[in-house]
Design a protein around this ligand. Structure first.
Ligand SMILES: NC(=O)C1=CN([C@@H]2O[C@H](COP(=O)(O)OP(=O)(O)OC[C@H]3O[C@@H](n4cnc5c(N)ncnc54)[C@H](O)[C@@H]3O)[C@@H](O)[C@H]2O)C=CC1
Ligand SMILES: O=C(CO)COP(=O)(O)O
Length: 349
């Protein structure tokens, strides 16, 4: 069988970390082509093009400094050229850029290519929120699996042991992706319940902000554990109404509880929640100051789901998600977050 070629669509913090894994995995593979193309949104860093730096020094000095990328990973600034002829497209962009990027790819993508989304977020459309994998399938006409888990990029890049969850309706695709991504330190499990996997990835970022809020308020580990538990209950409730057939066991995979724990302790969204309490700065100002080009996904997801809850009259059912949104928008005092935990519907039964 012909070898499959891989294109990574995105090259930020996680995009670069996963490029390291994929680049190394395909090197001596009988199933995958040796060269991995990586679409890179071009920018100038220290007076040089970032693609040129990556292709000569094999390091993404802006988004994943200090980590060498395999030499068979080639950065390409034109997404159409990057994805042309690829059999596997690995999407790993901040979710707000997915649709515009897909539209630029539509002419070049192979009709029988397969996509996998590592993107934690939802898309907003005229008819409400949609899964990112759905947007990819709709705009490109191809199957799209997902991979989500407790995968803080810096730790994965330094090869610390962790797990991840591949969600694929198609068993063969799931197993192929497991081969593409799996290593001795990055263990992947394949499940069929892909929509729940994807929902967990998007929603845990909102809970991560909540964890940061209680850190900023000076509360300890018991309070943070309550945020994690109540956040999990809202994630489960969200899937009950939004993902027909969602399975409880999926929440026990890496994409569920494990990613919640990782994000609520070491994630960028946690950092944001803490800074929202400790400063008066806007989300945009904090993103610029703390992340220097990287992106917080939580505030946007909180806004997207809040608008859907309003439309469907569900606001009271998801008080933690709603409070995080309002605190990010400075429409609620951070100290009132504790009342939201105290009076949570989970305590009223
Ligand atoms: N960083 C992490 O530890 C993890 C991130 N994720 C998820 O992976 C996805 C991507 O995150 P990261 O790789 O961390 O990205 P990032 O947060 O480092 O984002 C910056 C990236 O966005 C690109 N960008 C900026 N403007 C753009 C535009 N107009 N069009 C296209 N690209 C543009 C930048 O060039 C850069 O590659 C997100 O959904 C995130 O939630 C998932 C697991 C771990
Ligand atoms: O998704 C992540 C870890 O699994 C990264 O979370 P943050 O975006 O909050 O850093």
């Amino acid at each position: 069988m012909a070898k499959k070629s891989v294109c990574i669509v995105g090259s930020g913090n996680w995009g670069s970390a996963i490029a390291k894994i994929v680049g190394n995995n395909v090197k001596d593979s009988s199933k995958f082509e040796r060269e991995v193309r990586m679409y890179m949104y071009e920018e100038n860093v220290d007076g040089r093009k970032l693609t040129e730096i990556v292709n000569t020094e094999h390091e993404n000095i802006k988004y994943l400094p200090g980590v060498k990328l395999p030499e068979n990973v080639v950065a390409i600034p034109d997404v159409g050229a990057a994805c042309k002829d690829a059999d596997i497209l690995v999407f790993v962009l901040p979710h707000q850029f997915v649709r515009s990027t897909c539209l630029k790819m539509a002419e070049s993508v192979k009709r029988d290519a397969v996509a996998v989304s590592l993107i934690k977020g939802f898309a907003i459309t005229d008819s409400g929120i949609k899964f990112i994998s759905e947007i990819i399938t709709e705009t490109l006409g191809i199957e799209c699996a997902v991979m989500m888990g407790a995968n803080l990029a810096g730790e994965v890049a330094s090869e610390q042991f962790c797990e991840s969850t591949i969600g694929s309706k198609n068993e063969a695709t799931g197993q192929m992706l497991k081969e593409l991504f799996g290593t001795s330190y990055f263990r992947c499990t394949v499940v069929e319940d892909a929509r729940t996997v994807e929902s967990c990835g998007a929603l845990k970022n909102v809970v991560g902000i909540g964890a940061g809020i209680v850190d900023g308020l000076g509360y300890g580990d018991n309070t943070k554990a309550a945020v994690i538990r109540l956040g999990l209950m809202e994630m489960i409730k969200f899937c009950e109404v939004f993902v027909p057939g969602s399975k409880m066991e999926t929440f026990f995979e890496s994409c569920g509880i494990a990613d919640l724990v990782a994000t609520c302790h070491g994630g960028r969204n946690r950092m944001l929640g803490e800074s929202v309490v400790r400063t008066n700065k806007t989300i945009r100002e904090l993103e610029k100051e703390i992340l220097r080009g990287q992106s917080f996904q939580g505030p946007l997801v909180a806004k997207e789901i809040f608008e859907m809850f309003q439309e469907r009259k569900w606001v009271e059912r998801f008080p933690l998600f709603v409070a995080v949104h309002k605190i990010c928008k400075r429409e609620m005092e951070p100290k009132n977050f504790i009342d939201c935990l105290r009076e949570h519907p989970e305590h009223m039964q």
